[in-house]
Write a protein that binds this ligand. Structure first.
Ligand code: TYD
Length: 164
């Protein structure tokens, strides 16, 4: 390989490393938090609302929900490289177990007027679903399988790289 080709190859290697580093922002469990939503109480029934970028720290691009979860089942068990999510128990209750590769925390969700903000690079497992529970998830981006980390060892490796 001539010197010029080597220089070009090294340039692109450096560029891809740099891109990798900016994609993965520093995310720790303390960045995840319960957010209380506005609540308009009324004898006819209560009302809550969520405005993207105002009540939660991202614009909402996608909404999905889990329902008819059988007793004892769990969901999740993956992390996202860049996706931000806000999780609400619209009905019933369940637990969200978060793990940033160093620290772990369990959140019990059981009201529709608050939710859990989950930042990127957070391993999550949802379990302990009550019967009839409905889990609503607001997401910062469209579905993209390449944003998932589904292997826990790979997650630990990437989370560790973030900290160095
Ligand atoms: P997944 O996020 O893996 O759910 P869980 O971790 O709780 O099992 O999604 C399960 C399946 O649903 C997977 O095949 C991808 C698909 N899916 C979509 O097509 N669009 C979506 O918005 C979501 C969340 C999942």
């Amino acid at each position: 390989m001539v010197l010029q080709e080597i220089a070009i190859k090294n340039f692109f290697l450096t560029l891809s490393k740099w891109n990798f580093e900016i994609d993965f922002e520093m995310n720790q469990i303390d960045d995840c938090r319960i957010i209380q939503l506005p609540r308009i109480t009324d004898p006819r029934g209560n009302l809550s609302f969520i405005e993207g970028g105002r009540h939660i720290p991202f614009d909402i691009k996608r909404v999905y929900y889990l329902y008819d979860v059988p007793g004892g089942a769990d969901r999740g068990s993956h992390a996202h490289k860049n996706l931000q999510q806000f999780i609400i128990a619209m009905s019933g209750s369940f637990d969200v177990n978060l793990d940033d590769g160093k620290n772990k925390q369990r959140f019990h969700l059981n009201r529709s007027y608050y939710g859990l903000y989950v930042c990127p690079m957070m391993w999550r497992k949802l379990d302990n679903f009550s019967s009839g529970a409905v889990c609503l998830v607001l997401a910062s981006d469209y579905y993209d399988e390449s944003d998932y980390i589904r292997d826990y060892d790979e997650f630990l490796k990437l989370a560790g790289m973030q900290r160095t």
